[in-house]
Design a protein around this ligand. Structure first.
Ligand code: BGC
Length: 801
């Protein structure tokens, strides 16, 4: 009997209580089983750039220890590889690790869009572009799942910031929601069928993702054909019964059985149909059984995966600047290696994706090992971001005596993390001043950047080389040495724009929004879609990256296969003297649109690796969806008739070949929403981006909620601990949680974790205290706290603390 049939049979044998019990986890990482029926519990665990399997104390912020696991580069890096096969191989490795650790599902990848460079979690996300996001996520999922291990595509949906992440309302217009924020998820679901999808913490246009029937049952299941289970982000459950109706199957982590009991009561009362519960129980049982099917257990996976981690890091790095071909380094040059990050790399991000690396190298050691002639100066301290003149002077002395100076700099952990957003794009002054000083004494200065998101580079014009490693994983040091020395040719291209200033970013005025509502005023104009359309100059455009070789593009052919299907081919030749990889990008431009559209949109890409002199033909398929926009009136994807330009490009700003086609359209233009025609300000987006209240209201089709300021009374279970901080009970809760926080952090205490936990506590809705308290907090108690905060006298409440 296959697992589906077996699951059906098992569910038919379950009591109402047993079915409801499956709807929440056993603890932080395990799903429950049902002993009576031989259904065994399974483990799900964080990743997704390695495995964070915790054996002892559990947490969702990366605080406690986990088993060693290969640390791969994070998504902001891997997206730059534009290499589906590579991502698939990385996924296979993650899957093997899960099998060897008996983990059923790895919690990732993240497919949220980088709306602002400031989102603290951007390092975990792929791109500002939905197509690239979808392709990369799908490739990783395919790899993991080929090992019969599940993935959890997260955080569904419109979860694009960390500020107020558990209670924020993402106010986004319908078209942008489909075109920008859902497309990556849609592609990954349709192409790779992740076993699970994780719904996000936030609300979308007023409804929590975990309660959102339209999002989960209608869009995800009915429209996209998803047949896996939906799991809540840790503590994202709002109204449990509504969640089951909406198709939110599994509440994680398990905390108390209150919510299971609520489900039982609702079925008995008739406010929840047993049919809905059966569907949920079936999806959970199917997943458990599927994960327990026989699979070969691989051995010594971490040893095998280190080389892959290095390969992924080299193929993902982006060479941003290379004046006078300063790189690769000339043989036998005397190199001053400067900056603590050369020895103490920042190779992964903080938060729930933080893992314990199986091995860890660094760039300094890797250069020494490769036989390079290096000296070292610390330049700054990672423990204290004050400018240290003595360290800078020492570095300058070394730089002066050397042929080249390589400064390792970037964003330390405390600067970007899950749990909070950045407020500026600046690197620490201690890093910037060091670079400024070094370049003054040695013009042959190269900067190697370790960070998860774009930064301002005030020294950009002075230095000769910039190599962007992002957060390159445990083998990032060796990868850096490989690239600097020219053993490997850089081939990464940016998956996001580096703007000149934060104020140029279209979300700048609306990020992170009012405490509990963030207006996505820029609509579809995210990343290069805005910069290109509004003609805003950027530092490094989307899709950009240099190589040690050169590529020629030729022979563009566009062949119509049928009405809206085209085959586009082009020849790429390596015209330089070293082997190299090229990420070839295909954008489309619609010549005259009746609606507002971005100047160009990425619709296909391929990565080719070529020997010197070698040529290869790249082939792209375009279909209806490649030309379509989301028509809110038709509630469907529609194609306007007209002239479309096909752009085959080396970056969004470097178009190599162009061809035009005429499309008849799909005849749905009469359905064009009238509001689009009136949307003047969106037709020609301004610089800086500004849209009036009236215009946004028109686009949204309703008045956007005005920023709901804190504190908001009367308090509810969705008020945050921060909201009630001035009440007597709020003060007590804060005192207790701070104490618990300290205990939890223990010896691990570091400023990033402290900041992350503080934000978490402050912004946590009272209902989520069940998760934090793991078993000691019940719905009744929380309701008591709410009533007390609202001024009602609750007997015995102080005994709780
Ligand atoms: C994060 C998820 C993560 C979960 C479990 C949450 O706080 O948003 O990405 O998978 O914790 O650790």
């Amino acid at each position: 009997m296959d697992y589906k049939a077996k699951a059906k049979k098992l569910v038919s044998q379950m009591t109402l209580e047993e079915k409801a019990s499956l709807c929440s986890g056993r603890d932080f990482w395990y799903l429950k089983g049902i002993e009576r029926l031989g259904l065994k519990p399974v483990m799900v665990t964080d990743g997704p750039h390695g495995l964070r399997k915790q054996l002892a104390s559990a947490d969702h912020l990366g605080i406690n220890q986990s088993v060693p696991s290969t640390s791969f580069p994070t998504a902001s890096a891997t997206a730059c590889s534009y290499d589906r096969k590579l991502l698939k191989r990385m996924g296979e490795a993650l899957g093997e690790k899960c099998v060897s650790e008996e983990v059923a599902v790895i919690l990732g990848p993240g497919a949220n869009i980088k709306r602002s460079p400031l989102c603290g979690r951007n390092f975990e996300y792929f791109s500002e572009d939905p197509y690239l996001t979808g392709e990369m996520a799908a490739a990783l999922i395919e790899g993991v799942q080929s090992k019969n291990v599940g993935t959890s595509l997260k955080h569904f949906a419109a979860n694009n910031q960390e500020s107020n992440r558990m209670v924020g309302d993402s106010v986004v217009d319908e078209r942008a929601f489909y075109e920008i924020y859902l497309t990556g998820f849609e592609m990954a679901v349709k192409k790779a069928q992740p076993w699970t999808v994780m719904c996000s913490y936030n609300k979308i246009n007023g409804t929590y993702a975990s309660d959102n029937e339209f999002l989960l049952n209608t869009i995800l299941r009915k429209k996209w054909g998803f047949d896996g289970l939906v799991v809540s982000d840790w503590g994202a459950t709002d109204d449990r019964v509504q969640g089951v109706k909406a198709g939110m199957d599994l509440e994680m982590p398990g905390a108390s059985s209150d919510n299971d009991a609520e489900i039982v009561a609702a079925v008995k009362k008739g406010s929840l149909s047993e049919e809905d519960l059966n569907k949920t129980a079936l999806r959970i049982t199917e997943m458990i059984l599927k994960s327990q099917e026989e699979k070969p257990a691989p051995e010594h996976v971490d040893t095998h995966h280190n080389a892959l981690a290095r390969e992924v890091a080299t193929k993902s790095a982006v060479l941003l600047k290379n004046s006078e071909s300063i790189l690769p380094l000339a043989k036998n040059s005397k190199i001053a290696v400067i900056g603590e990050m050369a020895k103490n790399s920042r190779y992964q991000g903080a938060g729930s994706s933080r893992i314990c690396p199986a091995f860890l190298d660094n760039s300094y050691d890797a250069l020494v090992e490769a036989g390079a002639c290096v000296t070292y100066a610390e330049g700054y301290s990672l423990g204290n971001h004050k400018v240290d003149q003595a360290k800078i002077e020492e570095a300058c002395k070394l730089a002066k005596e050397s042929d080249v100076a390589i400064v390792f700099a970037g964003l330390p952990d405390e600067y970007e993390s899950e749990g909070f957003d950045r407020t500026t794009m600046d690197m620490p002054e201690s890093h910037n001043q060091l670079i400024n000083a070094v370049v003054k004494v040695n013009p042959n200065t190269i900067v190697v950047l370790q960070l998860g998101a774009p930064v301002a580079m005030p020294w950009m014009d002075q230095v000769k080389g910039i190599l962007l490693m992002y957060l390159a994983g445990q083998a990032g040091g060796s990868a850096t040495a490989d690239l600097l020395l020219g053993n490997v040719n850089p081939s990464g291209k940016l998956a996001e724009t580096f703007p000149k200033a934060l104020a140029d970013n279209p979300s700048a005025d609306y990020f992170p929004g009012e405490p509990k509502a963030v207006q996505y005023r820029e609509s579809i104009y995210v990343g290069y879609r805005y910069y290109d359309t509004a003609g805003v100059e950027v530092v490094f455009p989307f899709g950009y990256g240099l190589s040690y070789t050169t590529f020629e593009y030729s022979d563009l052919k566009i062949e119509q296969k049928d009405q809206l299907n085209y085959k586009v081919t082009s020849m790429i030749t390596n015209t330089g003297t070293v082997a190299g990889g090229e990420a070839v990008q295909l954008y489309i431009h619609c010549n005259e649109s009746k609606i507002f559209r971005a100047e160009k949109e990425l619709k296909a890409f391929d990565k080719v690796y070529l020997q010197p002199g070698e040529s290869k033909t790249v082939e792209f398929e375009l279909d209806q969806r490649s030309f379509a926009y989301y028509n809110t009136k038709a509630a469907d994807w529609c194609v306007e008739g007209g002239t479309y330009v096909i752009l085959v490009a080396s970056s969004s700003a470097d178009i190599r070949l162009k061809g035009t086609i005429e499309l008849a359209g799909d005849g749905k233009e009469s359905l064009l929403s009238t509001s689009y025609e009136a949307l003047g300000e969106y037709k020609t987006p301004s610089k800086p981006f500004r849209v009036s209240d009236a215009q946004f209201e028109k686009l949204l089709g309703r008045k956007p909620p005005s920023g709901i300021r804190l504190p908001s009374e009367p308090f509810t279970v969705n008020s945050t601990i921060g909201d009630i901080k001035d009440t007597f009970i709020g003060k007590m809760i804060l005192k207790v949680t701070k104490k618990q926080m300290k205990k939890m952090l223990g010896e691990n205490s570091d400023p990033t974790m402290e900041r992350m936990m503080e934000a978490m506590v402050f912004e946590m809705p009272l209902r989520a205290m069940k998760m934090a308290a793991q078993g000691t907090m019940t719905t009744k108690r929380i309701e008591g706290i709410v009533a007390f905060a609202n001024g009602r006298i609750i007997k015995g409440i102080s005994k709780m603390f």
